[in-house]
Design a protein around this ligand. Structure first.
Ligand code: ADP
Ligand code: MG
Length: 463
């Protein structure tokens, strides 16, 4: 058994006695997995669910790298939001309270500049903040990162979701090459790997798998007579549940397109995602689904691999998966973060053997449920919450998420909280806005210039 007590780590006595006074008796699993590597000075990517103690993992790491006598910014922690930055700063202060005179400064957007500039003049050891504001202070040369030894990207997946990638890149350019980079995330989408490849030095990846209690996923099985009945059954389940976000898994590309078309013909905003689509169309489809402009994604396992979304209401297995492992992976996409999720599986007489294999593998007993029966011609399905606008400008035009947000809000625009996910690609960008504001948003972006230029903007509709 590995030792999970804090004194097994090479930490100073001050830090150790403070930890016990905080009531931190043993390391949490992600701390036990990451701290030994972090304290060796390695770059680390750590993935574990919310509430697993990631802050103390990097907090103890950065405090160990600190030379308190040298009153310069030695650590920068980037967080996606002000709330998270405040929480992180608070936890770092708690961890550091036994060490004298450590100065932790938070620099976040939405706060007045004056006091921040004043604090920066007084100096700090540790800066915690949001990317936009940090970059602004750097640009105006109020913040110097020349003596940085530790950089932390906290909640990296959310920062990417919020479109901070370019801003984070700009900040990274202002940091020394010799540094320890730590990346923390609740999920591990492929974009994280891409960032890691660019900015980290042979990072070690540590993951603490979420214990998926089966109970957070309501799993049900429905028997269908034939293929026509299967199509109708999928529709019945959707109309009956009216979920906001659903993935329907199909085993073939052809079937994906057919099912998506059928759902659309019944007024459900469904999109197909499969390997026959061009990369650009695949990106766009995923963007539209993950930013809640489409209600249903009909996908093959391969196409959906690595794409992660943590608030999926329902997963429908249109056919039983080819093997049990794939099934577990599919249904695990719902019921994230302790939320309730539903996983429905359709099976025909021919698929009984696969269902039995699942029962064995998952140690469950499959009881067949009755399908809802309603008149599909009378049924209605809610429109998605958001709508996606496409802007024909991107990173190559130096367009940043902040520019787009700024372009949408303000005079005769829409409110910031009506703007959803922003995804900027190299030559185009997408922004989700509340459906009811799409017209106003379109008009505002169409009139105003972004980065001094007029870009073509349109709302994406259809398949
Ligand atoms: P995460 O960033 O993974 O979502 P946090 O770092 O916010 O999680 O930690 C969640 C809570 O667990 C915090 O209240 C923190 O004080 C507490 N905590 C962290 N590490 C330990 C530990 N080793 N023992 C007891 N409590 C801990
Ligand atoms: Mg955290």
């Amino acid at each position: 058994m590995t030792d999970t007590s804090f004194p097994s780590l090479p930490l100073s006595d001050q830090l150790l006695s403070n930890l016990s006074s905080l009531g931190y008796e043993t390391m949490t699993p992600i701390q036990a997995a990451s701290l030994p590597l972090i304290l060796k000075g390695q770059d680390v990517i750590a993935q574990a669910k919310t509430g697993s103690g990631k802050t103390a993992a990097f907090g103890l790491g950065l405090l160990s790298n600190l030379n308190v006598k040298r009153f310069r910014v030695q650590t920068l922690v980037l967080c996606p939001t002000r709330e998270l930055a405040d929480q992180v700063a608070k936890e770092i202060r708690r961890l550091a309270r036994a060490i004298h005179n450590i100065k932790v400064l938070t620099l976040c957007g939405g706060m007045p500049f004056g006091p921040q500039i004043g604090s920066l003049e007084h100096g700090a050891h540790i800066v915690v903040g949001t990317p936009g504001r940090i970059e602004e202070h750097l640009r105006k040369e109020r913040l110097c990162l020349a003596e940085l030894n530790t950089l932390v990207l906290d909640e990296a997946d959310r920062m990417l979701d919020m479109g901070f990638q370019a801003t984070v890149d700009a900040i990274l350019e202002a940091t020394p090459k010799q540094r320890q980079t730590l990346l923390f995330s609740a999920t591990y989408p492929p974009e994280i790997q891409a960032i890691a490849d660019r900015v980290m030095k042979s990072p070690k990846v540590v993951t603490v798998a979420e214990e998926k209690s089966q109970s957070t996923i309501e799993q049900r099985f429905f028997e269908v007579r034939d293929e026509e009945h299967r199509r109708e059954a999928a529709m019945q389940l959707l109309f009956d549940n009216k979920p906001q976000s659903t993935i329907v898994f199909c085993n073939t590309k052809r079937e994906c397109q057919d099912v998506a078309d059928e759902l659309r013909s019944h007024g459900i905003e469904a999109l197909a995602l499969h390997g026959d689509l061009e990369q650009r169309d695949r990106d766009r489809t995923w963007v539209r689904f993950s930013n809640r402009s489409a209600s249903v994604l009909v996908a093959t396992d391969v196409a959906a691999r690595g794409l992660d979304m943590d608030d999926l209401d329902l997963v429908i297995n249109y056919h039983v998966a080819l093997d049990a492992e794939v099934h577990v992976h599919r249904i695990g996409r719902t019921g994230r973060a302790g939320q309730k999720g539903k996983a429905y599986t359709l099976f025909s007489g021919r698929e009984i053997r696969k269902v039995r294999a699942l029962e064995e593998e998952q140690n469950i007993t499959v009881e067949e449920s009755a399908l809802p029966e309603q008149d599909l011609d009378l049924a209605w399905f809610p429109k998605p919450e958001m709508s996606t606008l496409q802007i024909d400008g991107g990173k190559k035009d130096k367009l940043r998420p902040g520019d787009i947000l700024g372009g949408l809000t303000g005079k005769s625009g829409i409110e910031g909280n009506q703007v959803g996910k922003i995804n900027v690609f190299s030559t185009y960008a997408y922004v989700a806005v509340e459906r009811s504001t799409a017209k106003v948003a379109l008009k505002k972006l169409g009139q105003d210039k972004l980065k001094g230029r007029q870009f073509r903007v349109r709302e994406i509709r259809g398949r």
